[in-house]
Ligand binder design. Structure first.
Ligand code: SF4
Length: 281
């Protein structure tokens, strides 16, 4: 095996927050290395802004899973392609549609979607108010009597808004993935059923864990915003209440999520061989 291969932490991108710009593991992430290509493909014709919507991340998650489990799609092609019947299987399609609907209707997914819509509305409707606040800070900075660190306050507001904006679109698809894995866990029978069950529960817990991380970070950001923007307290308390309900809901529905150790991020040990080879890269 090459040192390059050992450099990557297997599956680290399965349970991260996709915020590569802020990730400490870019060098050890295969998706980041291949990222440009995969993200462009997953985005299709949508503009860059669409990277903040659920369809983009769902598409990317599927692609990552396919690549991890089966290898790149072009490796599937073979002379025996004609052996596959590509026609739709109505039974399978009906089952899938029913499954997707159960996920959509799950209380946690509906709550996540409600939070996204409300946070989105707040981000849009607060623009004028936030600009007025920014003007207030500028005025304060010009005053010889101002003793507060207004520059730091402006920087923090920007940072907290960025955190809220990133995670409010991230939470619903990850919540759906967690709930989907849980609801799907017991589907199927036969010799592979046990393995599938374990794999689905593992994925549900991992997705639940990263959703919890996103919720915790959003809560911290909203709390800070509440201190800095007291006029928005009522709306912010509403967001905090929804986030707290989601947090408690995940803990109750997926008790294994909180203790799930994500490769890389939660100190999940990386095989020694990989670490020693990594040093040579
Ligand atoms: S692990 Fe880090 S670098 Fe890789 S996709 Fe996730 S956020 Fe990006």
């Amino acid at each position: 095996m090459t040192a390059q291969k050992h450099r990557f932490i297997p599956g680290i991108y399965n349970y991260c927050d996709y915020w590569c710009e802020r990730c400490a593991f870019t060098r050890r992430c295969r998706n980041f290395t291949m990222g440009g290509e995969m993200e462009r493909e997953a985005r299709g014709d949508h503009p860059v802004e669409d990277a903040t919507n659920a369809a983009f991340w769902n598409g990317l998650a599927e692609k990552l899973r396919e690549t991890t489990v089966f290898g790149p799609r072009d490796q599937w092609a073979s002379d025996s392609d004609d052996d596959f019947d590509d026609g739709p299987d109505p039974e399978w399609e009906a089952r899938e549609a029913a499954h997707q609907e159960s996920v959509r209707q799950h209380a946690l997914c509906r709550l996540a979607m409600e939070y996204k819509q409300q946070a989105d509305a707040w981000l849009k409707s607060s623009n004028a108010d936030l600009k007025a606040h920014a003007q207030g800070l500028l005025d304060a900075a010009r005053s010889p009597f101002t003793r507060d660190d207004v520059e730091e306050e402006a920087r923090q507001i920007g940072e907290m808004i960025e955190v809220v904006a990133w995670y409010h679109t991230f939470i619903p698809p990850k919540m759906s993935r967690a709930v989907g894995g849980l609801l799907e866990r017991d589907r199927g029978d036969g010799p592979a059923a046990d393995i599938l069950r374990e794999s689905r529960l593992h994925d549900a817990n991992g997705s639940g864990k990263v959703t919890l991380v996103a919720i915790e970070r959003s809560i911290a950001a909203w709390l800070r915003l509440r201190d800095m923007l007291p006029a928005h307290e009522s709306a912010i308390l509403n967001m905090l209440a929804m986030l707290d309900r989601m947090r408690r809901g995940i803990r109750a529905t997926l008790p294994g999520a909180e203790s799930f150790r994500r490769p890389g991020f939660d100190g999940e040990p990386v095989p020694e061989e990989e670490e020693s080879n990594h040093a040579d890269v």
